[in-house]
Design a protein around this ligand. Structure first.
Ligand SMILES: [Zn+2]
Ligand SMILES: [Zn+2]
Length: 380
């Protein structure tokens, strides 16, 4: 009886609402959903919209309370108006594709309330193409796929979101502080999966890996390389800040010299800078039967001089492979969840260099010099 009276006079019940969703709010108050949005194609249109409706049940059976959203270069391209597409019938896009949340309810029974989950970013195209039909939507062949927070699907930067069970990935409960790294880890899990598939075209015993670029993708690529027992070298321009120490903590070697000055020829290169001269240099630097995975995206529009004939000779005469890799499918998300569980938690935490509460969202989207991964947090 006493509890009922207290609930009636309580104007808001944030604890209960945030735990159970507003549909079960015991004070009968609807808090509304806050969402970080942009107008795709319009630079500087970032805004926090309050009192959004609850996510529609049609978005998926699994209702999730957001914990964190990671921010990356794709978000900055969307903020600059270069990229991004609102869902049909809307002129605003809720951004955020690197998610972490806690399940509030799932009538399908696939997930239990309290489960730690992330949402898979890409959904297969509606045709579907042969790869999407096989669940390999990361290899979509017609480009009609959709992506949460990027292309025609609402993102995860909102208090609550919904997703279909088949697009939700369960994480080890111990990963509550760092599980927001699952999406970028899925991208490097896919890169490593394809490197290994290509490697097994012949007898293959790689030993030395070069990762170029020590941002989140490069550091996570290096983590997965060390988990494979390989000798890992990471090259970046930064001579100060957290990067050298993070690389050393993995047991890897940090370099700031030009690629051509490195005293070894790597068996595998994971190129994460997208810088044209680095891309060309690593293709020439890879050793016999070397594999170069290009995971960084160049902005284009700049030209450099290089000897295409020499590059051709290097690739043909050494049986080398250069390939591009983007996105990830469900299998890679599962691999990534395992990789994060096996990693040292303090090391993963130190990649998250800034945590910003959603009320101060603008700060999160303003880059600072020593940022590695900035995370928007939804207070609970
Ligand atoms: Zn991202
Ligand atoms: Zn497709």
């Amino acid at each position: 009886m006493e509890v009922t009276v207290r609930a009636e006079v309580e104007p808001r019940c944030p604890t209960i609402c945030r735990l159970w969703g507003t549909t079960r709010c015991r004070a009968g108050k609807d808090e509304g959903v806050r969402a970080v949005t942009v107008k795709p194609g319009v630079a500087n249109s970032l805004s926090l919209v309050e009192d959004q409706p609850e996510p529609a049940p049609g978005e998926g059976a699994v209702l999730v309370q957001a914990l964190a959203v990671g921010i990356c270069g794709t978000d900055h391209e969307i903020l600059d108006g270069q990229y991004g597409e609102a869902p049909p019938g809307s002129d605003r896009l809720i951004i955020g594709h690197e998610s972490l949340g806690r399940v509030l309810e799932d009538p399908s029974g696939a997930f239990q309330p309290g489960d730690l989950v992330a949402g898979i970013v890409r959904h297969p195209d509606p045709v579907p193409c042969p790869n999407c039909a096989a669940g390999e939507w990361d290899m979509c062949r017609n480009g009609q796929f959709t992506e949460h927070g990027i292309k025609a699907l609402p993102g995860f930067a909102r208090d609550r979101w919904r997703i279909e069970p088949r697009f939700a990935v369960r994480l080890d409960p111990a990963l509550a502080r760092v599980g927001v790294l699952l999406e970028p880890t899925s991208v490097v899990a896919k890169a490593w999966d394809h490197i290994e598939r290509i490697g097994h075209r012949a007898e293959w015993e790689p030993q030395t890996v070069l990762v170029t670029g020590a941002g989140p993708i490069g550091l996570l690529a290096a983590l997965l390389a060390t988990q494979r027992g390989l000798t890992v070298h990471v090259l970046d321009r930064a001579t100060s800040g957290p990067k050298p120490e993070l690389v050393a903590a993995l047991g890897a070697t940090y370099h700031t010299v030009p690629v051509n000055d490195l005293p070894f020829e790597p068996d595998v290169v994971v190129e994460c800078t997208g810088a044209p001269s680095v891309v060309i240099d690593v293709m020439c630097k890879a050793g016999q039967t070397g594999i170069v995975c290009l995971a960084g995206v160049s902005s284009g529009g700049r030209t450099i001089d290089f000897d295409a004939g020499a590059l051709n000779r290097a690739l043909v005469l050494e049986n080398n492979v250069v390939f591009g890799s983007v996105n990830a499918n469900r299998r890679h998300w599962s691999m990534a969840a395992q990789a994060l569980s096996r990693a040292e938690q303090p090391w993963l935490e130190s990649l998250l260099t800034r945590r910003v509460q959603v009320e101060r969202y603008a700060e999160a989207y303003t880059p600072e010099p020593d940022d590695i991964k900035v995370v928007l947090e939804f207070g609970v």
